[in-house]
Design a protein around this ligand. Sequence first.
Ligand SMILES: NC(=O)c1ccc[n+]([C@@H]2O[C@H](COP(=O)([O-])OP(=O)(O)OC[C@H]3O[C@@H](n4cnc5c(N)ncnc54)[C@H](O)[C@@H]3O)[C@@H](O)[C@H]2O)c1
Ligand SMILES: [Zn+2]
Length: 340
Amino acid sequence: MKLETETGSSEFFIGSSLDSLSSHCGSRKIVLIVDSNVLSLYGERLKGFEIIDIGHGERVKNLKTIDKIYERFLELEVDKSHMVVGVGGGVTCDIAGFAASTYMRGIPFSFVPTTLLAQVDASIGGKNGVNLKGYKNLIGTIRQPEFCLIDLNFLKTLPRTEFISGLAEIVKSAAISDAPFFHHLEENYGPILSMEEIEVERAVRSAISIKISIVNLDEMEKWERMKLNFGHTIGHAIEKVARIPHGMAVSLGMVTAAKLSVERGLLPHSEMHRLTVLLQNMGLPSEMEVDRSMVMDAITKDKKKRGDRINMILLRGIGNAVIVPVEKEELWNGIDEVCR
Ligand SMILES: NC(=O)c1ccc[n+]([C@@H]2O[C@H](COP(=O)([O-])OP(=O)(O)OC[C@H]3O[C@@H](n4cnc5c(N)ncnc54)[C@H](O)[C@@H]3O)[C@@H](O)[C@H]2O)c1
Ligand SMILES: [Zn+2]
């Protein structure tokens, strides 16, 4: 599969093995930027490569880590003839992509995403960046990796909650633009949850292809790409307030957006029900106890807010997302039903 945009093109090797990494880099010298948990689990298989260990978790996604990487690049005499490869989850891909995009005004980079979320979302589309003073992804670039090597075997060591959390992004992709895929997930969530290889690969492949086609249309997020934020306006706010995993929060965000869609007469109640049931079947929440006014506060502080109205992604049916400005009061009513 291939992504082709103004800033470059990316090749996706889905189901490839980590062991084939060198073969995708030609004769170039390879420098790996690696999550420390991934390094302790897979270090043996990364022997022989130059490795920069960046630690792990959202707290390392900052300019300090970038500074350390630049210094190592200098020591290793890294230049445009090298290939930098981020090996880890979304945090590692964002950091590696940003460091490589800015060093010497951009050197080649690629990703080996090792979490489900990174495989179906974070490694695709060229947004790379770090956080600043509590603001997520405030510093960043848009530049495409040369390739993404998706080795599904990494998912075997992923903590269960991380796996379930990643499933939320897969449901999101189906809900916004692919009704047949949504139906497929309704029929096959069981084998996916028990990690049957064929079904996991099929789901990952479909989710990647959906994100690729949306980014192909609108790399710079002028309009169409905003649809990938389905569930995220409210999700991000819930994530901040309730401190729950991203996918769990996005699940609650999607249910809220679906409720608003029903209230607007865009979405039949039965379709909202289908979304809620699929999320529940996948082990994702559809309601929770969380302070509604804190969630509302967090939403209005979000940088995507425009005056009294907020651009929300709603559904006009499963597989058909629309971007609609929503009044804060209407939002409050939607949140009311999901956050108890
Ligand atoms: N650039 C984008 O378009 C984009 C899109 C979505 C999310 N993101 C970013 O992605 C980040 C979240 O990504 P994430 O959920 O992958 O988090 P993460 O990178 O922090 O990984 C989650 C945890 O899993 C561990 N881990 C990774 N791979 C593993 C494996 N195979 N086995 C065992 N443990 C493993 C990590 O050490 C970490 O503790 C956020 O910073 C978010 O902003 C970026
Ligand atoms: Zn997300």
